[in-house]
Design a protein around this ligand. Structure first.
Ligand SMILES: Nc1ncnc2c1ncn2[C@@H]1O[C@H](COP(=O)(O)OP(=O)(O)OP(=O)(O)O)[C@@H](O)[C@H]1O
Ligand SMILES: [Mg+2]
Length: 484
């Protein structure tokens, strides 16, 4: 597809505007010159008419008429082709002179100024016709002064051609100039695109230089830089994520290798080998669970949404999750209470997984003998599931990042070998798969973690499906953190 450059467009628009303006102006000039030339011709006719008409008017006989003829012949020869005099009458004796025009009809000849075409000249004749009343023997006659417009028309033609020449020359110059000016004016845009072309892959910290840009391009460049910045963050997350995955898998692999090498260092009896295999199996299971979690998260990242939705009482589902998590709670003599109930369409399997992660965390971080509370509530189309427990305040900088994969407040503490920091990332993914998001609060000694689900009111299930199908929102929020 052919692309027209902005300078090209601007020049074209300028050119059309200029041509329009100059043409209008030139036409106006030409017509005002023509009307002033016509004024001059009329003046000339009036002067000549006023010199002769009174004289002719007082000639009332055929005898005197020869004087008239003579006078007019002299005048005509003095003015050569410029002015012609003519007297028309119904009586042949009173006719004087002739004109280089087709026959003039006495009766239809208009009084005053008129223009008639010349026979062998494109320039017309300008005439002033005056009817002179009968006197004595003389009948009524029409006295005509005719002016050849050729000299005036050639002035007009000369003026027109010099006007056309100067307009074309001026226009070409201005159009050329406007092309260069627009090119000059668009230099920052070219500079910007050169900069963008120059952005090298693998250097995510590069930005476009915005200081020297004009305001129109400034906001574009700032937006572009914003996109680059988000790319950089995503790139860094990806990089650290790779490092995290490698790191998390290295420990169980090292354990496996170490134990196996130790076992092989001498001969082992069957029970010893059995114990080794059991321990190895445990490590392998842990690795499988990390890999499964990673796979689950990557599906959520790719915009997958919950599909197996069914309407359930969240309280009943929470009780089922409790059954599963009960041993961890009992270990620390923790009590669980569930406040409220909401009926919502959820993927039960995903809901259990998210809630179990939250309850496991609660059980791990709540002080022995305290209570873990699940609060179920809804607000408009949003259902909220919150799990709170007593605990040390969590700093804001951590709260913002806890939903990132592998992020832990203190990775060295709390059995990091067993816990990889994927639980809350999964909660966030489940929330996103239901069109909601995860949140974390730490207030007045209570830490609350939870997530929201978007539910459609009864009969509007398709809306929920639409909300869930919005993969862009999903992918966007997984990389961020959902803090309500
Ligand atoms: N209820 C809570 N009280 C205090 N801190 C919490 C709580 N829940 C989570 N955290 C903090 O958030 C971090 C991330 O939690 P997350 O569930 O993602 O990972 P994890 O529990 O460490 O590991 P995993 O869930 O993969 O076994 C935890 O390491 C902990 O520092
Ligand atoms: Mg956890």
């Amino acid at each position: 597809m052919m692309r027209i450059s902005i300078s090209g467009r601007l020049t074209l628009m300028f050119a059309l505007l200029m041509i329009g303006t100059v043409a209008t102006f030139a036409l106006f000039l030409r017509s005002s010159l023509l009307s002033s030339l016509e004024g001059m011709m009329h003046n000339e006719l009036v002067i000549r008419n006023s010199l002769m008409a009174p004289y002719i008017e007082y000639q009332g006989s055929v005898e005197n008429w020869s004087h008239v003829e003579q006078k007019l012949a002299t005048l005509s020869s003095n003015e050569r082709d410029k002015v012609s005099y003519l007297i028309l009458s119904k009586d042949q004796q009173y006719r004087v002179g002739s004109l280089p025009v087709a026959a003039l009809n006495y009766d239809q000849l208009p009084e005053g100024f008129s223009t008639i075409p010349n026979v062998d000249d494109p320039c017309p004749l300008y005439m002033l016709v005056q009817t002179l009343k009968p006197l004595g023997d003389r009948p009524e006659v029409k006295f005509i002064v005719a002016l050849n417009s050729r000299p005036y028309y050639s002035t007009l033609a000369e003026f027109t051609s010099s006007l056309i020449f100067s307009s074309v020359a001026g226009l070409s110059f201005v159009i050329l100039l406007s092309y260069f000016i627009s090119r000059y004016g668009l230099r920052p845009a070219r500079h910007l695109s050169e900069q963008a072309h120059g952005l090298a892959p693998g250097e995510p910290s590069q930005r476009l230089e915005t200081n020297t840009l004009p305001s129109e391009l400034y906001s574009l460049a700032v937006a572009f830089n914003g996109a680059l910045e988000r790319q950089e963050i995503a790139w860094k997350q990806l990089e650290s994520f790779n490092a995290d995955v490698a790191h998390e898998l290295r420990t169980p692999l090292t354990n496996l290798i170490g134990q196996t090498q130790l076992a092989l260092s001498r001969q082992r009896i069957a029970p010893e080998l059995e114990e080794l295999l059991e321990s190895n199996l445990e490590e392998l299971e842990r690795m499988t669970s990390i890999v499964n979690d990673m796979l689950f998260l990557s599906h959520a990242m790719a915009g997958q949404s919950a599909t197996e939705l069914s309407e359930v009482s969240l309280r009943e589902e929470a009780l089922k999750t409790y059954d599963y998590i009960e041993p961890s709670l009992l270990d620390k003599s923790l009590s669980l209470d569930i406040v409220g109930d909401v009926r919502a369409r959820v993927d039960k399997r995903l809901f259990h997984r998210a809630l179990a992660n939250l309850l496991e965390n609660g059980a791990r971080y709540a002080p022995t003998g305290s209570a873990v509370r699940v609060t179920l509530s809804h607000n408009g189309y949003l259902t909220q599931i919150a799990v709170s427990n007593v605990g040390d305040a969590i700093e804001e900088r951590h709260l913002e990042r806890l939903f990132e994969r592998f992020y832990r407040v203190d990775a060295a503490r709390n059995g990091s070998h067993m816990h990889h920091g994927l639980g809350l990332a999964i909660v966030n993914a489940v929330a996103l798969m239901h069109g909601g998001k995860a949140f974390a609060r730490s207030e007045a000694g209570i830490n609350t973690f939870g997530f929201t689900l978007r539910i459609a009111p009864a009969g509007h299930e398709s809306q929920q499906a639409e909300a869930l199908a919005d993969g862009s929102q999903l992918a966007q929020s997984v990389s961020g953190q959902g803090i309500a």
